[in-house]
Design a protein around this ligand. Sequence first.
Ligand code: FES
Length: 113
Amino acid sequence: MNGQMDGGFIPVATLDVLDAGGRAVVQVDGVAVALFRVGEEILAVADACPHRAGPLSEGDLVGDVVHCPLHTWPFDLRSGLCTRHPGVQVRTYAVRIQGAHILVSASGRVPTP
Ligand code: FES
């Protein structure tokens, strides 16, 4: 599904793309973005750890913190901040749900610590 919608949000998938664990990887402007269902929300970050590009989509999720599968660096999915290494941050993306569609902001968002 393609096409720009209001506020820079682009439909990237439908809810059924999420696996049993509530995860999926989608493409946003050519960048792999990992989606995580956390409660009633879907949170999105770039699917490349800022350390050595580990696939965050395959990391362990504890609350809203994902632990990179390669060297376990933890990242807050809301702020993108690494909770172990100050100043390290992964790009986050704003997500909206409209009906069965998942929309992601193509411009991402600047995390607010
Ligand atoms: S690649 Fe993610 S912690 Fe090293």
